[in-house]
Design a protein around this ligand. Sequence first.
Ligand code: ATP
Length: 205
Amino acid sequence: MNEKKPLIGITGIIGSGKTTVANLLGEFGGSVFNADQAAKKVAQKPEVLSQIREKFDDSLLTAKGELNRSRMAELVFQNSNQLIKLNRIIHPHVREQMWEFVNLKQKDPACAMILIDSPLIYETDLHKHLDLIIVVATDQETCINRVKKRNNLTREQILTRMAAQIPLPEKTKRADFQINNDGNLSDLIPRLKKIYQNILNKYME
Ligand code: ATP
């Protein structure tokens, strides 16, 4: 039996259902690291905020000195250089936290596989460090409708954010598994159970 737990990336376009998929796999017995949630926490660290103040305009911080997330999103999703600049500040911290999580979970007997939920697995070359990638392949219109409902963003804002990431066809071409999430949760769960079992069979030999 393989002692090392498989490191699985879950990716896809905005609103495709990455977190839904990762959390369901987590319920089956995996442990989930959510890169977006980690990035949000990182952006609250004083040393990160001071770097943001240094490299960006003051107007990107609120009067309290916190990150003005909606203003930052507007800026970076319209300008790829600004997005690169922001990622250079945030990303190393997220990566560090991710490896801490991975090292911890490698020793956890209750964890069958380690799941990294991130929209930027290929964009940040993280795939080179993972054993296997699952792409959540959901129709773009379905993603737009789900994000509209969840975040109160306009169609244009969502399309701008999507344009800042590698498009779905390229992600699906590169992934080991793709899972369709166009339907409801009762369609998704049995598909995920099969993938989960496939991964266990592959790595527990
Ligand atoms: P983001 O890229 O914005 O972080 P994501 O890819 O992680 O999004 P989720 O947050 O999992 O996607 O899903 C987006 C929204 O769609 C959520 O409100 C979620 O509850 C809903 N959703 C996901 N999958 C389904 C489904 N199969 N049926 C109904 N709603 C779903």
